[in-house]
Design a binder for this molecule. Structure first.
Ligand code: HAM
Length: 425
């Protein structure tokens, strides 16, 4: 009876979260490791920041009109009465750290990379979770268009190395000034006011606070209206326009294909000038595998010096979903030798042999559950090991093991003391 109760009350991971279990866990981890490798080879060095920050970092950084801040943050008060928030993204935290430690004083741009979990209380669906993982890079301290091109190229190349064929969507959203985006916002606001009744009701409230965001609406009525909306590309200032031209030119020189979408606005308030997204097939509505852009004013918004910057984050969960089953697996470490022991005496030597192999840097595993010969051979095959080191009474008496090549099926007797050398060769 009590047993059944316990069964019914088993815990589940919280809604929108999931456990990453073997063997997929290796692919998941290898993807992040490969990303950091790729980023390091372009000069981006890893940074770790806390999983939570003062809530204000995100309110001021990500922005008070973004959905991430207004609807999705995991905010709590700690025992000291401080308002803290689990990081919904890392750009604001990275800038906070760069400002706090004055990293902008050194040689510029400061180039940083990261991989880790983020938290957003969104409605869960395929490709959208409440805890998800991102890899990303940020370059702070230069507004050179070539930084934009470098960043975009690194992201594009990494996604392709994962087996994806993303579409790179590009736009410039100018800078917040009357001569540029703020001027456009007015024109767009007027257009939205004129078409107020045609918009979906939930999109009307935002007109005054952040008209640009209306381009992100998923409502069919609103999308129809927005096909007729004035476009930011016609309003950005000359400096932003020529910056964007230079970015596009550099990308063409690098042979990075892109499409321009003047309706791409991105969901976070800190963006200026270049904004981009990597879109992948086969993911349904959550088809953005990554996104990024410039955020030239963020450092100052967080109390730091002027540090024009750009970066991107890629969704690890979505990359793995988009890769599917067919994609080539990442190479991961495993065991090379599986020790199979028959009989009590041999069993008592099996752990010693496995340990000797491990001490020599060779991956080794063994049966620790008392399985028979057949079961152990099955485990050996499942382990992915290249060799089975079989120790029976006969072998033991002769001070030998039978080393079977699990790929070819060939086997030979080798002295116990020679296993390490044989496997290393
Ligand atoms: P973001 O567009 O909010 O940008 O997120 C980047 C990527 O993270 C998305 O394209 C998606 O692949 C993934 N992602 C976002 N939310 C979820 C979710 N709930 N579940 C699964 N995956 C998700 C940023 O976060 C910015 N920090 C990017 C950036 C860096 N901009 C400048 N530097």
């Amino acid at each position: 009876m009590g047993h059944h109760m316990a069964q019914d009350q088993r815990f589940r991971a919280p809604r929108g979260t999931y456990d990453v279990l073997p063997p997929e866990s290796w692919q998941w981890l290898a993807l992040m490791r490969t990303a950091l490798d790729t980023f390091a080879r372009a000069g981006y060095r890893p940074i770790e920041t806390p999983m939570f920050e003062h809530t204000e970092v995100f309110e001021r950084g990500v922005g008070a009109t973004s959905e991430v801040v207004t609807k999705q943050m995991y905010t709590f008060t700690d025992r000291g009465g401080r308002s803290l928030t689990l990081r919904p993204e890392l750009t604001a935290g990275v800038v906070r750290a760069v400002v706090e430690h004055d990293l902008g004083r050194g040689s510029l741009p400061v180039k940083l990379a990261y991989a880790g979990p983020m938290f957003r209380q969104e409605r869960p669906q395929k490709g959208r979770y409440r805890q998800f993982w991102q890899v990303g890079i940020e370059a702070l301290g230069s507004d050179e268009p070539d930084v934009d091109a470098e960043i975009v190229e690194v992201g594009d190349r990494f996604l392709r190395s994962c087996g994806l064929e993303p579409t790179l969507v590009l736009n410039s959203i100018g800078h917040p000034d009357e001569s540029c985006r703020l001027g456009y916002n007015k024109v767009l606001g007027e257009f939205l006011d004129e078409n107020r009744d045609a918009l979906a009701p939930e999109d009307r409230a935002r007109i005054a606070t952040n008209p640009l965001r209306t381009f992100d609406s998923k409502e069919a009525r609103t999308i129809e209206v927005m096909t007729r909306a004035p476009l930011i590309s016609e309003f950005i200032c000359d400096a932003c326009r020529s910056h964007f031209e230079a970015v596009k030119h550099s990308l063409s020189v690098l042979d990075v294909a892109f499409t321009i979408d003047p309706r791409l606005v991105r969901g976070l308030d800190y963006y200026t000038r270049t904004a981009f997204e990597f879109v992948s097939e086969g993911l349904g509505s959550q088809n953005a595998v990554g996104g990024g852009g410039r955020y030239d004013g963020l450092s100052e918004q967080l109390g730091g010096p002027p540090l024009p910057a750009i970066g991107f984050s890629l969704g690890v969960d979505r990359i793995l979903l988009a890769r599917g089953e067919s994609a080539e697996k990442f190479a991961v470490p495993g065991v090379s030798v599986y020790v199979v022991a028959l009989g009590a005496t041999a069993r008592s030597r099996a752990l010693s042999l496995a340990t000797e192999l491990r001490r020599a840097g060779i991956g080794a595993d063994l049966d620790l559950a008392g399985r028979g010969m057949k079961g152990q051979m099955k485990d050996a095959a499942r382990s992915g090991a290249r060799w089975a080191a079989i120790v029976g009474e006969k072998e033991l008496a002769a001070g030998e093991v039978t080393l079977r090549d699990l790929e070819s099926g060939e086997q030979e007797r080798v002295p116990l003391t020679g296993v390490v050398g044989k496997v290393q060769a």
